[in-house]
Ligand binder design. Structure first.
Ligand SMILES: NC(=O)c1ccc[n+]([C@@H]2O[C@H](COP(=O)([O-])OP(=O)(O)OC[C@H]3O[C@@H](n4cnc5c(N)ncnc54)[C@H](O)[C@@H]3O)[C@@H](O)[C@H]2O)c1
Length: 434
């Protein structure tokens, strides 16, 4: 099938590369020329394990290419995926401006096309967006009759850091279609995947995505709240999590306590769903609480640091981990941002390291960075682990302590063995360990 993908970010690139790998003719489109040039040169504009290889292979087979010629490439394809960003505005509402400009471009592109065309929204959008914003806009701009256009919503469930694996091994595919054209086209495109394919309306598909992300985010906040209770009662939350996880109704996944969730999805999606519900006169108490607990967690890390160091002013504090999770360079809504900002405001001498996230983080906060964890922690009074990268999990704790000036080790992700850290001589503190 000839596929065009609008928006060459995390989702667009992975969607494009995996569909090309299945033998489709894919063109990834973006307004940013630099991104497209990087893609066409065989490199990934983002860090995602395995993506470089898949892109190179797609370019070599001539199944994949990038372009900034948006309308012409939409016209020449059978199906267009909308994968542009859907950020939050300052009140937490979804900002649909990129969705609107992408659908306008599709409408203009289809003006001179006579064959049928399918448009699928893959971006995360609040219920009714596909039917009430995207479809009318395309029909208006193209002058098309409704019956020639296939319209659908097919949410993306990939996890950054394992995005290729997730896209190639989906546990379910949600096919939200407004008509038979979209339903049949998506079923054909995804026929190589043997997982459950759930057919539903676009608005149901839109809510499945938000409900899934909000549920997972709520699970994290719930676990963090219980872990905070464990802290004061001298209980190791890890044992509590083990006991909870043995119940198949709860499952052992997403029961890790820590500094809270970040990234480009959970925080903005929970906010957007709460704001959309409020607009429709349904107040969400759960989602509000999920966000409030998540705001508290990085502050607990700062408090733990202050309790151990006395004053942080003038103290050298090494932050290990800036990406919102390991195996990605994505620092959007990273909990490290809050911790670094607060410590800098309190006068600490903060020096940070991350294997992949430093260039992106530098655009948010101008904090001192060190090229290696060893240099970051040299003569530090305190080390704070904020992302559970393997390189930090595998740190030689004895050498770390030798390098440091003090012995305070705050583990914001429960990445280290607490018994070992105590034995080596650290003043070790983590969330959910009495
Ligand atoms: N990143 C994830 O892990 C993830 C997972 C599931 C769903 N999603 C959702 O997918 C969507 C995209 O997320 P992302 O992280 O890939 O975003 P991103 O910011 O990485 O990429 C979006 C891209 O769209 C481009 N763009 C914007 N307007 C355009 C236009 N009119 N024409 C062409 N290109 C345009 C931007 O230049 C950018 O390169 C969002 O709705 C997000 O919530 C993201």
């Amino acid at each position: 099938m000839k596929v065009s993908v609008i928006g060459t970010g995390y989702v667009g690139l992975v969607t494009g590369a995996t569909l090309a790998d299945l033998g489709n003719q894919v063109v990834c489109l973006d307004i940013l020329e630099e991104k497209i040039n990087t893609l066409n040169s065989g490199k990934s504009p983002i860090y995602e394990p395995g993506l470089d290889e898949l892109l190179k292979q797609g370019l070599k087979n001539k199944n994949l290419r990038g372009s900034t010629e948006i309308e012409q490439n939409i016209r020449n394809s059978d199906i267009t995926f909308i994968c542009v960003g859907t950020p939050s505005d300052k009140n937490g509402n979804i900002d649909l401006s990129y969705i609107k400009s992408a659908s306008s471009a599709i409408g203009r592109a289809l003006r001179d096309k006579n064959e049928k065309h399918t448009v699928i929204v893959k971006s995360t959008v609040v219920p009714l967006t596909t039917e009430e914003v995207v479809m009318p806009n395309i029909l208006k701009k193209s002058g098309w009759k409704r019956e020639n256009l296939g319209i659908g919503m097919n949410p993306e469930f990939l996890r950054e850091g394992s995005a290729i694996h997730d896209a190639q091994n989906p546990d379910r595919i949600v096919i939200g279609s407004a008509d038979d054209i979209a339903r049949e086209t998506l079923n054909e495109l995804y026929s190589p995947y043997k997982c459950t394919k759930l057919e539903c309306s676009p608005r149901t598909a839109e809510l499945i995505k938000y409900a899934s992300n909000s549920f997972l985010a709520t699970k994290i906040s719930f676990v963090n709240e219980i872990a905070n209770m464990s802290n004061v009662w001298g209980i190791d939350f890890q044992e509590v999590a083990e006991g909870m996880g043995l119940d198949s109704r709860i499952s052992a996944e997403f029961l890790r306590a820590g500094a809270g969730f970040g990234g480009s999805c959970f925080p903005k999606d929970v906010k957007a769903l709460a704001a959309a519900a409020k607009k429709s006169k349904v107040e969400s108490l759960m989602l509000k609480a999920t966000l409030e607990v998540n705001d508290i967690q990085p502050k607990i890390i700062v408090k733990m640091t202050e309790e151990r160091l006395g004053v942080v002013k003038g103290k050298k504090i090494a932050i290990l981990g800036l990406a919102f999770k390991p195996d990605t360079d994505d620092v959007r809504e990273s909990r490290s941002e809050i911790v670094v900002r607060e410590l800098m405001e309190k006068g600490a001498n903060v020096i940070a390291h991350d294997p992949e996230g430093m260039p992106n983080f530098k655009e948010i906060i101008d904090v001192k960075m060190a090229p290696t964890p060893e240099l970051a922690t040299e003569k530090a009074d305190c080390v704070i682990i904020m992302t559970e990268w393997n390189v930090y999990k595998n740190l030689d704790l004895e050498l770390l302590l030798e390098r440091m000036n003090g012995n305070v080790l705050i583990d914001g992700r429960r990445a280290l063995d607490s018994n070992l850290a105590d034995k080596v001589g650290f003043d070790y503190k983590t969330i959910g360990l009495g």
